[in-house]
Design a protein around this ligand. Structure first.
Ligand code: AP5
Ligand code: MG
Length: 231
């Protein structure tokens, strides 16, 4: 029996990492893959937004950075994310969306996984040119109830302004204002590229053309995993 990535099923969890700039489609693909593969979707941005909405100390610690389009400091982010990865929901494995985003976070994650005899199996780097990214986030709408993401042009809901799954009124994100998006690109792309380089040294990065349709990107990812299982 294989684990879908060419290895034999074992106690080692299947951990996949989605990397990409703001609006590249990490959340969209993570949500589809999580349903397809039965793995939990862990998104650092969603965790921070939930903490902000709940008014917890973690949310307060993250607020000023998120509003400025900056990265939340590693010491806050690493502790938060490791706690999520250790929960029973991640026992079968996880799709990581938005973490690690600095080499410091990547090394902390690698060390934690290695101490349990685990590792990141593949890094899926979704590449999209900046002008496309800016248009994508400008048209993004999100369900505050279930987190499903839509786009007013490329992936609209059946009923305008309402979630297909639960009918909740869709919202836009506070940090999707054009000036914050520019700051997110300026401040967060260089450390993201360093993370890609870090995992390229381990030979586990798949570069994906993120300008294809949502479905096409998902199919490329699933096909690459099937191809590995067949080898
Ligand atoms: P986070 O929430 O992770 O934001 P981000 O990385 O900027 O990414 P986005 O969520 O904006 O984009 P996405 O790639 O998920 O795109 P989506 O699938 O929605 O982080 C928010 C903030 O939290 C950060 O700025 C930082 O302050 C903090 N933070 C988070 N993690 C951190 C960390 N590890 N360390 C420190 N700080 C951290 O798609 C976008 C739109 O495009 C949607 O409308 C979608 O429908 C559409 N779309 C998607 N794919 C396609 C396609 N193939 N074709 C056409 N349209 C598409
Ligand atoms: Mg996202």
């Amino acid at each position: 029996m294989t684990d879908g990535l060419g290895g034999h099923a074992s106690a080692e969890r299947l951990i996949l990492l989605l990397v990409g700039a703001v609006g590249a489609g990490k959340g969209t693909q993570a949500s589809l893959l999580s349903r397809e593969l039965g793995l939990v979707h862990l998104a650092s941005g969603n965790l921070f937004r939930a903490a902000l909405a709940a008014g917890t100390p973690l949310g307060e610690a993250a607020r000023e950075y998120m509003e400025a389009g900056a990265l939340v400091p590693d010491e806050v982010t690493i502790a938060m994310f490791m706690e999520e990865l250790a929960r029973p929901a991640a026992d079968a494995g996880a799709i990581l969306d938005g973490f690690p985003r600095t080499v410091g976070q990547a090394k902390a994650l690698d060390d934690t996984l290695a101490s349990a005899g685990e590792r990141i199996r593949r890094v899926l780097y979704i590449e999209v040119p900046t002008d496309v990214l800016v248009r994508r986030v400008a048209g993004r709408w999100i369900c505050p109830q279930c987190g499903t993401t839509y786009h007013e042009d490329t992936d609209p809901p059946d009923i305008p302004g309402r979630c297909d799954r639960d009918g909740t009124a869709l919202r836009q994100r506070d940090d999707d204002r054009p000036e914050v998006v520019r700051a997110r690109l300026d401040k967060q792309v260089p450390p993201m590229l360093a993370v890609v380089e870090h995992y390229e040294r381990a030979g586990i990065v798949d570069r994906l053309d993120g300008t294809q349709s949502i479905e096409a990107v998902t199919n490329v990812i699933l096909a690459s995993m099937g191809a590995r299982a067949a080898r």
